[in-house]
Design a protein around this ligand. Structure first.
Ligand code: ADP
Length: 314
């Protein structure tokens, strides 16, 4: 069975006047979907709405299932914004601000959460909890109080609790923020192992989370969807259109004024500027192979017109 989540025209303005979502439409297939955007883009608002924790002002979201796998999961159509109880039965959610009870052990907490999810027989629960602890590599520390967990262990525990009851829709909101590189790799491996027949939405501001893991993605900023597609195809659209140059730090403002700069970064104490342009640039620029980071920064900088022209027939 395959699932698809279709979001249509979702909008949300908070009482303070912030328009967090503006006519958001997305088609999210089975597999790992990356929702990439800077802080304040509206990612958490969208995640919380899909997780039935808050209401949108307008728009719709439906999960459609094709065929049946005999798992008891709903076939047909689920109205995500209205059929909240049914959505919660198939949902696994790791919120951005995932708090834990510091004095409770990982095993006891998972057991408690599994009971809340309706896994009543004790022996079944014991097996489910042990399986999740092994899957997230927390079995050896299962008796340890959650308050003593490192950031990486805590996020793996967060995935363990999200996977209770074999969810079909898994939402993880900024799960790798604050993890060190080793923990991030470990967490990526864990996410990559989640079942094939599941929709996983990974919200993040970290480009490598998406390039490492996601077959499909969207970039959002200021509540709007800027771009959707497959990371490799989106990157290919910028082929031959990204140019790079080393400049002095003191020349940064002049460079921004002179060229369509999408990003700057320091490498070994030198300032590298990346520029997107239809035509090759002189003045010391060299063409570089585009990366998903270039796509992201071009989108945020409002320079997607260059990628779009790449698609037009010559
Ligand atoms: P992201 O997850 O991409 O960082 P959010 O969805 O958290 O974005 O926030 C989008 C915008 O909505 C931001 O400007 C944020 O300050 C605002 N916002 C988020 N939650 C609330 C709220 N409960 N009340 C008012 N404004 C909010």
């Amino acid at each position: 069975m395959s699932l698809a989540l279709t979001i249509c025209g979702l909008s949300k303005t908070y009482p303070n006047g912030v328009r967090a979502l503006s006519n958001v439409s997305l088609s999210i297939p089975t597999g790992m979907f990356g929702l990439l955007g800077p802080n304040g883009a509206g990612k958490s608002t969208l995640m919380r709405t899909l997780a039935t924790l808050q209401d949108a002002d307008a728009g719709s979201a439906h999960i459609r299932a094709n065929g049946s796998d005999g798992s008891g999961a709903p076939a047909g159509d689920l109205d995500v914004l209205r059929e909240k109880a049914a959505v919660r039965r198939i949902l696994g959610y790791l919120p951005q601000d995932f708090g834990v009870y510091p004095k409770v052990s990982a095993e006891d907490m998972l057991d408690h959460l599994a009971r809340l999810k309706g896994i009543v027989p004790r022996s079944v629960r014991r097996d489910v909890v042990a399986g999740l602890l092994r899957q997230t590599n927390l079995y050896d520390v299962r008796k340890k109080a959650l308050g003593g967990f490192s950031g990486g262990m805590r996020q793996r525990f967060g995935i363990a609790q999200a996977l209770i009851g074999n969810p079909r829709l898994v939402i993880v909101d900024e799960p790798t923020a604050g993890l060190d590189p080793e923990e991030r790799v470990r967490f990526h491996n864990l996410l990559a192992e989640i079942g094939e027949n599941v929709i996983v939405i990974l919200s993040t501001h970290i480009v490598s989370d998406v390039s490492d893991l996601c077959a499909e993605m969207a970039i959002i900023d200021k509540g709007r969807v800027l771009l959707t597609g497959r990371p490799l195809e989106l990157t290919r659209r910028l082929d031959g259109r990204v140019f790079q140059k080393v400049i002095a730090r003191s020349d940064l403002a002049a460079a921004r004024a002179a060229w369509p700069v999408i990003s700057t970064r320091l490498v070994a104490g030198r300032t590298l500027v990346n520029v997107v342009s239809d035509a090759p640039l002189a003045e010391g620029f060299v063409a570089v192979a585009p990366t998903l980071e270039d796509v992201y920064f071009a989108a945020i900088a409002g320079r997607l017109d260059v990628a779009e022209r790449a698609l037009e027939p010559a």
